[in-house]
Write a protein that binds this ligand. Sequence first.
Ligand code: EPU
Length: 426
Amino acid sequence: MDKFVVRGGNPLLGTIKVSGAKNSALPCMAAAILTGDELILENIPQVRDIETERRLLAAMGAEVDLGYGRAQHRTSIRCAVLSDPVAKYEIVKTMRASSLVLGPLIARTGIARVAMPGGCAIGGRPIDLHIKGLEAMGATITQDHGYLEARTNRLHGAHIVFDKITVTGTEDLLMAATLADGDSLFENCAREPEVSDLAALLNAMGAKIKGAGTSTINVHGVAKLHGARHRINPDRIEAGTFLIAGAITGGDLNVDCCNPAHLGALIAKLEACGVRLNVGNDHIRVRSGGSLKSTSISTEEFPGFPTDMQAQFTALATQIEGTTTVTENIFENRFMHVQELNRMGANITVEGRTATVRGRTPLESAAVMCSDLRASASLVLAALVADGETILDRVYHLDRGYEHFEEKLRNVGAQIRRMGDVFSKK
Ligand code: EPU
């Protein structure tokens, strides 16, 4: 199992480039199911979850070509024949976003068999709202042996008010509605940029979607969608992670190829802490030196402070004088990084959904364990300022969603290396 070895103490200096967003790329790849034509997706990050989705689609009969060399971030997908519309447990268990194929599969083929995702380190992760929505659109859904089976002759449009804001739930139903008979009206939708990115792709494929990016979305169902070419948004969470890397190390880092409009809540919090930011059209320069001021955060759906940045901000808070409270409102168990940060010398207590960070504490190297994607990033950030050599175990969590993470950080001065190989040499 791969590990990272990180020696702390270097300020990060230079320019670091942001890759395409994993959480946009995953639904956009699932959208390929909706047409027999070729879909070309650009700016696809080379991360483990993308490879998992490739396997998921290929197992159903899709032709998926993940580009290499100069075309390394271009992926073409053609779902001419979907001979086996099944998302198998072996794949779903490693990536909950696999449930994103449910809506498009049933819309295109009238039948879908998808393994129920279990819980994961950050919480229960139910998909009841996906199921409820598809039922309202005319699907009959049964459950047996850990699988959901959905059937319909053709989905019809529906008026759905989400009980709770869900990102992939909104995306799943949006894809289903594009091929449904009639109009759909969705309320209390997720407003995340990843939803808008998917809707832009679907509209380029011939769908009729209005309102994506707001909480009310209208979809006029069409009989058929066609191929398209689409460029995936930059990854706002990767960009945010690099901003904190610049701030925590007291560096001078230009985070390039990002979309600052997607980072409003984080930018506001970093500025409130006293981090100096110069925000351009597609880059942000982060500088920090001297002491920072504590500012509390509370995670919310977009445009609020993202849950996917909570662990990284918690690492930063350990280096800020005073008390910072971090409230996690989206997932019930997303403080797994806290115990590991405490083992490195942080002073953090958790009560219910709130972590209280008492800073500033010097961090020292330790052997620590990654528990999920963003917790892993948080531990790398802490290790960048720890005294000595930190060893991070189970970095496969990080490989699910950060492209060439250690290489990118190394190029701006971090001392970080991998022990073992993630990808086979062939
Ligand atoms: N929820 C339900 N029922 C549902 C769906 C969701 O109760 O049917 C609950 C969840 O348990 C959670 C809340 O609603 O408490 C929000 O969950 P959501 O459905 O929005 O999460 P998701 O779509 O499964 C996506 C991202 C996550 C990100 C969350 C929140 C993808 C592939 N994943 O997950 O990303 O944390 O939205 O923004 O888009 C990550 O990248 O590290 C990651 C976990």
